[in-house]
Ligand binder design. Structure first.
Ligand code: F6R
Length: 604
């Protein structure tokens, strides 16, 4: 999604703006730009494509100026091009924006009728014109911004500079997050903490409806009604200063750090001394139903969790793709816990689903990786996944951290509800504690997995199959492959194959079977036979026992460690990631920032 950085500095601001924008690259973008006040006038540079194009441009056309704004754009209105890149300028105003202005057609017509010319296809430009229009009516900049905000519908975060206001930036939040950072003799605005990490850790989160005037040594915040408000500053975690280390990609780093990350997450939810789950402030006896809403990879984590919560805790579970949840107007009683799983804690669809549940009086819990996120701040209960900043756009460690957290919560619910006794709880906890070891063992299969990807890289389509908790892992495997390598892939419940997808099988169609030796293996074997007998190319991910049963049929077999059924989905997620990663590398795609994707999806 679009990234915003703004700086009111005491030295030339462009190098810092570029550094902040570099930090924001992980969010996904297709063009970038910056503007600063140079000798009192707006000077602006914009470039299509990667940030290096903007860096090169700013070397050719150096800008001075100590107040500036920068932007990485993820196209919504208008294609990715230099003319649509931000900042957008109208009169004395230069503006950057994240989000969507929903009533832009009406406003564009209104502004066109007043004689405003549009230089882009974006919804952003109408905001610049609106503010400019109110300035021309004689309003002061803050009042002009507030007047413009009253005309806007949608979800957006804005940062702007105004000619004649040499010492301040203006910012506003209505939806997507926006933070103000406090430094020494300079202050900052950012769409997330990561952008400001090189400059400061003193952060204030703007609330929905807030406007801010940010000077070098002051920050004034106003709420929706225009009244001045205090927002408490917080100290951002040092871990936001992430580096790739000696890894070729962030994604690689994030995959290999999973054993350590999940160990840390487990330590939050498991008492290693007693070997039991740590109980959290959630009364599971109060609920009969858990309603999960989430998007993408996080949605697949909730599909795995469904098996655990239903089987162990005897709670009935609904899983919704967050963007569809509200449309079915589910009936939610006080016996339902609505849980929202999100790495970023900012995904607009998931947040909207959470707000819907709150509006109907349902208890909410957020399972997030970013503990300061909007979801974490709005939910009744918060469970942190503690994966640390995830920079690769494709979720890896955040997914497996969601899985272990959900596994621990399912055991907590089961134990509180008397569905498992202490001995069983301890046996399951012991299995969870072994997750990091099994992940380390799986990482040793990396070279073997890389080799099998040579047979996958020329495929145009691929099928992933699984049963039970391996079914959502098959879905996740297919998502990872398509987003990283752009090979079309679909995940199916193995039993569903014969109800349609089997028609696709021929010798050009690789099929990846996620088949640990669990209670579903025999049925999986039958499904694999159905594929092989129709000439399909079978890549089998299994353990020694599984290989003995069906390895003969496979073109390639990856023999995984022998893991208990309960934790198998967590461990089998790793080969899914490695397959997608290596296939993408062979095809030469950008694994950390795949085309068209954004890390934190703050528009609906
Ligand atoms: C895929 C991926 C996405 C996210 C989805 C939800 O690798 O990362 O599908 O899982 O956009 O994002 P969060 O978890 O931040 O709500």
């Amino acid at each position: 999604m679009c990234g915003i950085v703004g700086i009111v500095g005491h030295r030339p601001v462009v190098p810092q703006l570029l550094e902040g924008l570099e930090r924001l690259e992980y969010r996904g973008y297709d063009s970038s730009g910056l503007a600063c006040l140079q000798e009192g006038r707006i000077a602006c540079l914009r470039a299509e494509g990667k940030l290096k194009n903007l860096v090169e441009k700013s070397a050719r056309f150096p800008l001075s100026g100590t107040v500036g704004i920068g932007h990485t754009r993820w196209a919504t209105h208008g294609r990715a091009s230099e003319r649509n890149a931000h900042p957008h300028i109208s009169g004395k105003v230069a503006l950057v924006h994240n989000g969507i202005i929903e009533n832009f057609v009406v406003l564009r017509e209104e502004l066109s009728a007043k004689g405003y010319q549009f230089a882009s296809d974006t919804d952003t430009e109408i905001v610049a014109h609106l503010v400019s229009d109110f300035l021309q009516e004689g309003q002061a900049p803050l009042q002009a911004l507030q007047a413009a905000l009253r005309r806007l519908k949608g979800a957006f975060a804005l940062c702007l500079l105004v000619e004649g206001e040499e010492d301040v930036l203006f910012a506003a939040r209505q939806g997507p997050p926006l933070v103000v950072g406090m430094g020494r003799g300079e202050n900052y605005v950012g769409s997330d903490v990561v952008a400001l990490a090189p400059f400061t850790r003193q952060i204030t989160y703007l609330e929905d409806g807030d406007c801010a005037v940010v000077g070098r040594d002051f920050v004034a915040i106003y709420d929706q009604s225009g009244a001045p408000v205090e927002r408490k500053p917080t100290q951002a975690a040092a871990s936001f200063l992430v580096s790739r280390g000696d890894h070729r990609h962030f994604m690689h780093k994030e995959m290999v750090e999973q054993p350590e990350v999940l160990g840390r997450t487990l330590a939050r939810y498991v008492d290693l001394n007693s070997g039991r789950i740590k109980h959290h402030d959630l009364d599971w006896m109060k609920y009969h139903r858990v309603s999960f809403s989430s998007c993408g990879t996080a949605f697949y984590a909730t599909l795995v969790a469904r098996y655990w919560f239903e089987r162990f805790a005897r709670l009935s579970v609904d899983n919704d793709v967050a963007s569809e949840f509200r449309y079915r107007e589910p009936s939610l009683g006080t016996d339902t816990l609505a849980m929202f799983v999100s790495q970023s804690g900012e995904t607009a669809d998931t947040l909207a689903a959470m707000r819907y549940c709150r509006s109907v009086g349902c208890d909410t819990a957020a399972l997030v990786n970013v503990e300061q996120s909007t979801m974490a701040r709005e939910a009744d209960a918060v469970f942190a996944t503690l994966a640390g900043p995830e920079i690769g756009v494709a979720s890896t460690k955040a997914f497996t951290a969601q899985l272990v957290t959900l596994a621990a919560l399912a055991l907590d619910a089961a134990s509180q509800r008397g569905q498992i006794d202490e001995a069983r709880e301890k046996a399951f906890v012991q299995q969870l504690v072994e997750v990091p070891r099994f992940l380390n063992e799986t990482l040793r299969l990396d070279a073997q997995i890389e080799i099998l990807c040579h047979s996958l890289m020329n495929a145009r389509h691929a099928l992933y199959l699984g049963r039970g908790t391996s079914y959502p892992i098959a879905l996740e495997g297919a998502l990872k492959l398509k987003e990283l390598s752009y090979i079309h892939a679909e995940g199916y419940a193995a039993g569903e194959l014969k109800h349609g997808p089997i028609a696709l099988i021929d010798d050009t169609m690789p099929m990846i079977a996620v088949a640990p030796s669990d209670r579903w293996l025999d049925k999986m074997v039958s499904n694999m036979q159905e594929v092989v007998s129709r000439g399909g190319h079978l890549i089998l991910i299994t353990d020694a026992q599984g290989a003995a049963k069906c390895g003969f049929a496979a073109n390639s077999t990856v023999i995984m460690p022998d893991v208990p059924e309960f934790i198998a989905p967590i461990i089998y997620a790793l080969p899914m990631q490695l397959i997608a990663y290596h296939t993408a590398l062979l095809l030469g795609t950008d694994v950390d920032q795949p085309r068209n994707l954004a890390k934190s999806v703050t528009v609906e």
